[in-house]
Each structure stands twice: as structure tokens, then as C-alpha cells.
Ligand binder design. Structure first.
Ligand code: RFL
Ligand code: PHB
Length: 390
């Protein structure tokens, strides 16, 4: 096979780039290791920045998102017996976020790819990029037991944290920065009415909790758990009881409980790989960076990579200029590091750190008190949460 851009990974990053490039007449092939149903079975992000939503619209994938997504103008932080609200719209000069699940984003992208006859190969095994430093790179894989080869001009590694693309960059070229947190999030999806119309982030002495949602009939809740816990250790009843303990009394009293549709534990990690380019290979999304989910920045950071890469590829193919491709890694990383800083800060602000000294506990409490006593601090939180400009 032959194409212009071979995209490894059919998650939101890969599909969005493929769709945007197709609309500009640039040919792509997406190679995805899993089946479509497997990808759609992952329950992940829920909060979209307006920049991400704008890219979905540009990709002609915004219709259902705009119909079914919920515009959110703020969220709550429960801490030390109080519940304070962050007014995102007031403090960000009129902006908001959209609550619309990653599962729905991915479904809409798959449908759009199908509508345009885009080529997405599922169950592609042993995907491997080759000759990345040459002008004629290619990607090999196995499909239904048959070896396959795609010749291309560029390779995009949109294959997530455990993908093959980043591993194709020589060790002496790649710099890695990492912080692993001593806890994870146990998440439950349940077909119940959300306890609050807006998200509630809770800092509690038993650990962090989050009340989120997917729609008016679908709730998503999380509690901080030790890394040693397994999802199977947690019965539904134990989960609901622990969540209630960590929420303000009036919220806990109103919590509707029901069977879990999905229950999983995600470890928390901050990670950045630099540079995001190696010859003809460009990394995008989770393949190059991971944030702890506290700031809702993972999918949104993948979106900003795609924004820069999309514009750089269009610049190359329609105007013959490589300036934007050459600047891609630096531009993407500048925004990524800001999302890293914000996600680390939100995580530090809201979680119980098992090894924290009394001094650090008091600093965390002071950080929260300062936040709600300072317009400048709330403005800083709001401008980061709604998303920094591209
Ligand atoms: P993905 O979604 O991991 O997709 C990568 C795809 O590549 C495939 N793949 C391969 N294909 C071919 N060959 C290989 N060798 C391959 N290896 C892997 C995989 O099967 C997969 O389909 O990466 P992508 O597209 O960059 O998207 C990133 C987002 O998924 C991620 O950043 C977010 O889910 C993070 N995240 C959140 N982000 C937000 O912006 N807002 C949120 O509210 C938010 N909440 C979350 C989150 C992530 C969570 N977990 C589970 C880590 C909440 C949680 C709990
Ligand atoms: C979610 O709804 O899954 C969600 C929302 C906000 C976050 C993280 C996850 O910060």
C-alpha cells in the first residue's frame, strides 16, 4: 500500500488527524492494533476544552457533540467542610468546557472516517515503522496472518503510552521526564442521575474523590485508591460507601447508586518524551506525554498536538513549506509542559499524599484557602482549565 501519512493508532488523536487531513486532500492510512469495539469500550475522558471542540467541528464531527454535549460554566471543590465553586466563565473571559465523553468523540470520528471512505485497519498486529531518517519511510504489520507494508512520506505515532512509535526513537535521542504518583483512581460508570449538575472535586482526609458525568442519566465517579488495590477488590457497595464518606453530607445524602457498568483503576503518572519528532516520525498525544487526570488535560493535550501537526502538514502539502513541521516538536511541547504543570498542581492540591509531612498538609490547606480568597488565583485556575490558547 501507498499513502502520504501513515498513522499508527486509531484512538482519538490518530482518527482526528486522519479526518482533518482527508478534508484537505491529504491521504492517510490508520493502523490500529485493537478492534473497533475494544477501542470504544474504553471509558476515559469526559471534559473537552473549546479548542478541542472546535477541531471536532472543523473535522465535520461536531454535530452530535453540539447536540448532546453539556456546556459547563464552572465546577465545585469540596474541602475542609466547605464547598466552593470555581466560576470558569467569569474568570476566563466568558469561556466554558463541554462535557462529552471520549467514547462518543471516538465513535463520531469512526463514523466520519467511514462516511468519507477513510482507511482504518483494525487488528493490525506487530506494527513497526522503518527507515524514519530517510525520505522513504515505511511501516510493516501483520493482518489476518499476512505480512503487509505501507510506503509513505510521514509516519505519525498516535499509538498511546504503550505504543511502538516512541520506542522506535533511539535511546540516545529521546529524553524522558517522569513522575509516578503513589496512588490511582478507581472509576465507576453507572446509569444513574448525576448527583450534581456540575463536577465536584473533593479533597478529603480519606483521599480524593470526583463526581463527574456523561449525560443526565449517566454518572462517572472516582475515588483515590492505593496502587496495591485491584478493581476486583472493590464491590459496588464498597465503592459507593467510600465515595459517600468523601463527599459533603448533603451531596452524599442525594447520591443515587446503581450497578456499575464499568469499573477500573488508572494509576496516576506525569510523563513527557522529547523531542516529539525523529526524522519522518511525529509523535502525538499519549504516545509522547501523560498527565494525571485531575486537570482533565490528557485528551485535550492530544488535541493541541493534532492542531499543530495538522496545520504543519497542510503547510507542507499545500504551500511546500517545512517551517511548521520543523517547529512542531517545540511548539507542541511548550503547551504540553503548561498542561503538565497545571495537572501536577491540581493533583497536588486535591489528593492525600501518604508520605506528606504535617507541614505539607498545612501548605495544601493554605493553597486551597488562598485559591478561594484570591480572584487572581481563581483566574489562573480557570484559564488553565478551559484550555490555554493554541
Ligand atoms: P489512546 O487513546 O491511548 O489511543 C492510542 C491507540 O493506539 C493503539 N495502539 C496501537 N496501534 C497499532 N500498533 C500499536 N503498536 C499500538 N499500540 C497502541 C491503541 O489500541 C489505541 O487505540 O491515545 P490518544 O489517541 O493519544 O488519546 C489520548 C487520550 O486517550 C488520553 O489522553 C485521555 O483519555 C486522558 N484522560 C482525560 N483526558 C482529558 O482531556 N480529559 C479528561 O477528563 C480525562 N479523563 C483520562 C481521563 C484518562 C483516564 N485513564 C484511564 C488513563 C480519565 C481517566 C481515568
Ligand atoms: C471524567 O468525567 O472522566 C473526568 C472529568 C474530569 C477529570 C477527570 C475525568 O478531571
Amino acid at each position: 500500500m501507498k499513502t502520504q501519512v501513515c498513522i499508527i493508532g486509531g484512538g482519538p488523536s490518530g482518527l482526528l488527524l486522519s479526518q482533518l487531513l482527508h478534508l484537505k486532500g491529504i491521504a492517510t492510512i490508520v493502523l490500529e492494533r485493537q478492534s473497533r469495539n475494544y477501542v470504544l469500550g474504553r471509558i476515559r475522558a469526559g471534559v473537552l476544552e473549546s479548542g478541542f471542540a472546535g477541531l471536532m467541528r472543523e473535522a465535520q464531527c461536531g454535530e452530535r457533540m453540539d447536540r448532546e454535549g453539556e456546556v459547563h460554566h464552572g465546577f465545585y471543590i469540596a474541602h475542609h467542610g466547605r464547598t466552593d465553586r470555581i466560576d470558569l466563565t467569569k474568570y476566563s473571559g466568558g469561556q466554558s468546557v463541554l462535557v462529552y465523553g471520549q467514547t462518543e468523540v471516538t465513535r463520531d470520528l469512526y463514523e466520519a472516517r467511514e462516511r468519507l471512505g477513510g482507511q482504518v485497519v483494525h487488528n493490525a498486529a506487530d506494527v513497526k515503522p522503518h527507515d524514519l531518517m530517510s525520505d522513504t519511510p515505511f511501516v510493516t504489520y501483520t493482518h489476518n496472518g499476512q505480512p503487509q507494508r505501507v510506503d509513505c512520506e510521514y509516519v505519525v505515532g498516535a499509538d498511546g503510552f504503550h505504543g511502538v512509535s516512541r520506542q522506535s526513537i533511539p535511546k540516545d535521542v529521546l529524553r524522558e521526564y517522569e513522575r509516578v504518583y503513589p496512588f490511582g483512581w478507581l472509576g465507576v460508570l453507572s446509569r444513574t442521575k448525576p448527583v450534581s449538575p456540575e463536577l465536584i472535586y473533593a479533597n478529603h482526609e480519606r483521599g480524593f474523590a470526583l463526581c463527574s458525568l456523561r449525560s443526565q442519566v449517566m454518572s462517572r465517579y472516582y475515588v483515590q485508591v492505593p496502587l496495591t488495590d485491584k478493581a476486583d477488590d472493590w464491590s459496588d457497595a464498597a465503592f459507593w460507601a467510600e465515595l459517600k464518606r468523601r463527599l459533603p453530607g448533603d451531596v452524599a445524602a442525594n447520591l443515587m447508586i446503581g450497578p456499575s457498568i464499568e469499573k477500573s483503576i488508572a494509576p496516576l503518572r506525569s510523563y513527557v518524551a522529547e523531542p516529539m519528532r525523529y526524522g519522518r516520525l511525529f509523535l502525538a498525544g499519549d504516545s509522547a506525554h501523560i498527565v494525571p487526570p485531575t486537570g482533565a488535560k490528557g485528551l485535550n493535550s492530544a488535541g493541541s498536538d493534532i492542531y499543530y501537526l495538522y496545520h504543519a502538514m497542510v503547510e507542507h502539502y499545500s504551500r511546500g513549506s517545512d517551517a511548521e513541521l520543523d517547529a512542531y516538536s517545540q511548539k507542541a511541547l511548550a503547551r504540553i509542559w503548561k498542561a503538565q504543570r497545571f495537572s501536577w498542581w491540581m493533583t497536588s492540591l486535591l489528593h492525600k499524599f501518604p508520605d506528606n509531612s504535617e507541614f505539607q498538609v498545612r501548605l495544601q490547606q493554605t493553597d486551597l484557602n488562598y485559591l478561594f480568597s484570591s480572584d487572581a488565583a481563581q483566574r489562573s485556575l480557570a484559564e488553565n482549565y478551559v484550555g490555554l490558547p493554541y
